[in-house]
Design a protein around this ligand. Structure first.
Ligand code: NOJ
Length: 750
């Protein structure tokens, strides 16, 4: 048992040797600090307050120029024309007293022009290198127009498929989100912010936004300190440690306090506990919205609350510029807080090299959609696809086919396969599955196309007849269904997450032809599919795959590429299971053994509570597919789990190893996952937690030992007193292909 012997964790504390020699980057940083102080000392209060103002590029140049000259605006979002960016920059640099450059910001979420799979799709790759490469391409393309700040990655832990923004997340797990968050930050920021292709990353939305009640956007969030610290804050901590430049405050309230006014979240956690010295930006009008929340009584009050809570930049609430000077005079805000905020902003501007090179070089030949960018996007789309069912129909053998039917509203939907949060990617560059199939196999096999439905929400059945005729005259049916891009994303939540429109009916009719059906879904969330799944022979799930989705899917369907994606979420059987996540608590009544279902309850059964457990009569206890699950065209076996020791000390580590074998006929990648369970805690612990993973490639018949090191300190967690602790006790571990399987071992933390 544990208790007694609790160790207070110093996981983040690094003992520095008493050494006065400074590294090059420390010297650079000293030099920048010196420049910042010099500049700050020359600034008037109005000039300082201007730096805290972020406004959108409304398209009226003279008005914007007027604001820059009159109010010393610090940053502008949503301008993408490099000529206009340079012209606005010239106003700031040449027509204001101190010539402080602007930063231009944009939501570059999953690509700028070349669009990558939505972040939730990228998370299915479980591959930080792929994610980093995508962010790098996005940075190169965006920076070429003068954009030097993006509002990504979104690190909101997302456990609810109803929430439209789940597509923008890395899913439900704090560890996976941390690793992929770090990869994204590295890709955007590079190793040196002054590189003209580097753009500042922004970890958002701080914090708890993914836990909005009932999956409805902007809704309230109620989270215990233990859940906040152990789940929702973790990816943010990871990217702060990795050097993310900025953090965005979320719209939602946490436990009754809107985050734009939440000093505990911003000052205590982010600044004091974690030592974050980058910039904190509000979300769009989130300071002003504290009035709607019923937390601020007026715009001036909202400005006071936000500044005191620690928000540096006011994005589009327009309350800092008009009210901060007055609030200062009334001693309601502190000049030291304003100075600190300005310091942080200037520091980033120096780091970005904007004082030396404020203008973007306008190249005649834009880097957009460069062949190597498209190749990286295709690879990302391949790795993001998850094979969830296959009776052997896939991969298709082109030589045995005479005709293929391509049916469904997403087969040729160049806009919609890009997904939500795309402002700059153009559908003219999208390669759809229909185009890619025709290009790859058009000469070898007949490709019969009939969408059946014009778009995902279409309920008009007039196209059914042709689609059915096409189905009957083909050897195999590829049904491309899903959601249009606009059905997910910000404020686009759904209470019914089944295939929209008449897609279910079309699929049902098509299946009646008796021809093999491969269902390919592109969507911004998990789609409730359990009723349609028995109708199909294979199910390839993609999220929205981006510009190169078509070629990626074509390679996968015909075996040129092998599916390797694994779910970054628990895939619900029914929407009513939401929120749904594998790392849940056990409860006092966990479901085990035979469960009573809605169909086997006797008529007029008496009320009993004995033996009742925590599950749904109609949906059961499990998701349709567990977190971490995904099939391949091969099979893998896990054998021979070995632990270097069954005892672990706080400062020690142990190694767990198992042998993974490719038992099939094709080379393929497998993501091997390490889970642990802390059996007893002074606060209850999850039934499983992902601790690590390795993605390996095995040739047919090849075996490889896969090892994981577990450090004692990595088992720290937060208790209800907001203290990070390490408790001695017994643990289970699993090396596993997904969260509901694996080879199990035991160890004890001393
Ligand atoms: C609101 C969104 O919540 C946020 O993610 C985005 O970055 C800003 N708008 C700016 O567009």
């Amino acid at each position: 048992m544990k208790k007694g012997g609790v160790v207070f964790c110093m996981c983040a504390a690094i003992l520095l040797s008493a050494c006065d020699k400074k590294t090059v980057s420390e010297k650079d940083s000293d030099a920048i600090d010196h420049k910042v102080e010099k500049l700050l000392s020359k600034m008037t209060l109005e000039e300082k307050i201007g730096q805290l103002d972020q406004i959108t590029s409304a398209g009226n140049f003279d008005e914007l120029a007027g604001r820059i000259k009159g109010y010393f605006v610090g940053s502008i979002l949503n301008e993408t024309n490099p000529q206009v960016i340079n012209d606005l920059q010239r106003v700031a640099v040449e027509e204001t007293r101190l010539g402080i450059p602007l930063i231009f910001a944009r939501d570059v979420i999953h690509g700028f022009k070349t669009i990558f799979p939505v972040p939730l799709g990228q998370a299915a790759s479980w591959n930080p290198e792929t994610v980093e490469a995508g962010a790098r391409v996005a940075a190169v393309e965006a920076a070429s127009t003068g954009i030097r700040w993006t509002f990504a990655p979104m690190l909101d832990i997302s456990r609810d498929a109803r929430w439209g923004r789940i597509m923008e997340s890395f899913g439900e797990d704090p560890h996976l989100s941390s690793i992929l968050g770090i990869a994204t930050v590295k890709g955007f920021q590079g190793s040196d912010l002054s590189d003209p292709t580097a753009i500042l990353a922004c970890a958002k939305h701080f914090v708890g936004y993914g836990a909005v009640e009932s999956g409805k956007d902007y809704n309230i969030t109620i989270l215990s300190t233990e859940q906040l610290r152990n789940v929702y804050l973790r990816p943010f901590k990871a990217v702060v440690d990795a050097g993310v430049g900025t953090v965005m405050v979320s719209f939602n309230e946490v436990n009754g306090i809107p985050n734009s006014g939440n000093g505990y979240i911003l000052r205590k956690v982010l600044r004091d506990d974690w030592g974050f010295d980058g910039v904190i930006v509000s979300d769009w009008n989130s300071i002003g919205e504290m009035i709607n929340h019923g937390y601020a009584e007026s715009p001036v009050h909202a400005a006071e609350i936000a500044m005191n809570a620690g928000v540096d930049i006011d994005m589009e609430s327009h309350v800092y510029t008009p009210f901060l000077a007055q609030l200062l005079k009334e001693k309601k805000v502190k000049v030291s807080d304003i100075d600190d905020a300005v310091r942080r902003i200037l520091k980033l501007k120096f780091k970005l090299g904007l004082f030396e090179n404020p203008y973007v070089e306008i190249k005649e030949d834009p880097v957009f959609y460069a062949p190597e960018h498209l190749e990286i996007a295709k690879q990302a789309a391949i790795e993001s696809a998850i094979l969830l069912k296959n009776d052997g129909t896939l991969p298709l053998d082109v030589s045995s086919l005479n005709a293929v039917a391509v049916i469904g509203p997403m087969a040729d939907a160049p806009h919609d396969q890009l997904g939500s949060w795309v402002f700059d990617g153009e559908k003219a560059h999208t390669v759809t599955p229909l185009t890619a199939l025709r290009e790859a196999f058009g000469e070898q096999v007949k490709i019969h196309y009939a969408a059946g439905l014009a778009y995902s929400r279409d309920t008009d059945r007039k196209g059914f007849t042709t689609a059915l005729a096409v189905a009957r005259s083909s050897d195999v049916i590829l049904f491309f269904g899903g959601e249009e891009s606009i059905l997910s994303g910000e404020a686009h939540c759904r209470a019914d997450i089944t295939l929209p429109g008449a897609q279910k009916e079309l699929l049902t009719e098509i299946a009646k032809t008796g021809k093999p059906v491969v269902l390919v879904v592109m969507a911004g969330r998990a789609i409730e599919i359990y009723k349609e799944l028995p109708l199909v022979n294979a199910y390839l799930f993609n999220f929205h795959p981006g510009t190169m989705g078509g070629p990626a899917i074509t390679d996968l369907l015909f075996g040129k590429a092998v599916p390797s994606g694994k779910l970054p979420i628990s895939y619900p059987k029914m929407v009513g299971q939401s929120p749904l996540y594998y790392n849940h608590k056990n409860t006092g009544r966990p479901p085990v053994g035979e469960l009573q279902t809605i169909d086997n309850i006797p008529l007029e059964a008496g009320q009993v509570s004995l033996g009742n457990t925590s599950y749904f009569l109609d949906a059961g206890k499990d998701p349709l597919f567990p977190f971490g699950f995904g099939l391949s065209y091969t099979t893998f076996e896990y054998n021979d789990l070995q632990l270097s020791s069954t005892e672990l000390t706080a400062d020690g580590s142990l190694t767990a190893t198992c042998m993974v074998t490719n038992t099939g006929a094709v080379a393929a990648a497998e993501t091997v996952q390490l889970y642990i369970r802390d059996k007893v805690g002074s606060v209850t612990r999850p039934v499983r937690e992902l601790k690590d993973f390795h993605k390996i490639v095995l040739q047919p018949g090849e075996s490889q030992p896969v090892s994981f090191t577990i450090a004692g300190r990595s088992l720290c967690f937060y208790n209800h007193e907001d203290v990070e602790i390490l408790e001695p006790g017994d643990y289970s571990l699993w090396i596993a292909p997904h969260s509901a399987a694996g080879l199990e071992g035991e160890f004890r933390l001393q």
